[in-house]
Design a protein. Structure first.
Length: 134
């Protein structure tokens, strides 16, 4: 047996495990032998995710949920900024802003208790062209 140790930053780690969890779920559905151990499924999921190059979203990277307040996203980090993964791992606002450039974004508005008040759509909006004035 071999043991592999991979050291990753928290954002990459979350994306990695999101992809592994998705692949493990897919493998579990396809497995007819219910005697397959959880560890064996995890190893197979890592190999499948790496060899196929597909992640949780079917693209080359996994999915990552980042909770960030709109003021921090627009204006940058402040003393009262909220920017973390759905599992509570802090993410620098600059990293969240960089990731948002290539992400499929699903905006959600929450109240103070964390209840969803409004859920947007997962599509990018193109900037409207403003006619030049002379």
């Amino acid at each position: 047996m071999h043991k592999t140790l991979i050291e990753m930053d928290p954002v990459t780690d979350r994306q990695f495990w999101s992809s592994v969890q998705r692949q493990r779920g897919l493998l579990r559905q396809r497995t007819t032998n219910r005697q397959t151990s959880w560890d064996r499924l995890t190893v197979d999921a890592v190999v499948t995710a790496v060899c196929n190059g597909t992640g949780a979203t079917g693209s080359s990277s996994g999915s990552l949920i980042v909770l960030v307040d709109v003021d921090s996203l627009v204006d940058g980090e402040r003393a009262d900024s909220l920017c973390e993964t759905d599992s509570g791992v802090p993410v620098p606002v600059s990293t969240a802003r960089r990731m948002a450039c290539e992400a499929g974004i699903l905006p959600m508005v929450l109240n103070g208790a964390g209840v969803v008040l409004d859920e947007g759509r997962a599509r990018r909006r193109t900037a409207e062209r403003i006619p030049a004035t002379i």
